[in-house]
Design a protein. Structure first.
Length: 135
């Protein structure tokens, strides 16, 4: 299972400061009972990848209860470190693709069935992104 979002970006560096690195922090609440890896891809006008930025830690799974089919969400944060080169590439980028790829512990495919009304709360991944730029 992969969730993908692509959005336009327009970034121009500043002549008054020269950033050396930056961080993108993804705060999440994961209601899926499977963990995930998160990545950002900086894309040029042809949607070719010019930089890949991988999170420092996986998105932790929610806790699944097989008795009542509910899932207790798990909260956390993933840090994406951008180098000086990534920031230079950000000026060239016209889009950013954000991909969250879910996997089971054993790498098996997972089938999601709706078997109880409380199960509908199981389909949940909420995220908030914020950045820090170091000069």
């Amino acid at each position: 299972l992969a969730l993908t979002d692509t959005f336009a970006v327009s970034y121009t560096g500043s002549s008054s400061y020269s950033p050396t690195d930056s961080e993108i922090i993804l705060d999440y609440v994961n209601g899926f009972p499977i963990s995930a890896e998160a990545s950002f891809y900086l894309l040029d006008a042809d949607n070719s990848v010019i930089s890949t930025i991988i999170g420092d830690t996986p998105i932790s799974s929610g806790t699944y209860n097989s008795v009542d089919f509910s899932t207790t969400s798990n909260k956390g944060a993933v840090l994406f470190s951008l180098t000086e080169q990534d920031l230079a590439n950000l000026e060239l980028a016209t889009n950013i693709a954000f991909i969250v790829s879910f996997t089971s512990d054993s790498g098996q495919k997972i089938k999601v069935n709706r078997v109880a009304s409380s199960y509908s709360h199981f389909h949940s991944l909420k995220m908030r992104v914020h950045t820090h730029i170091h000069t």
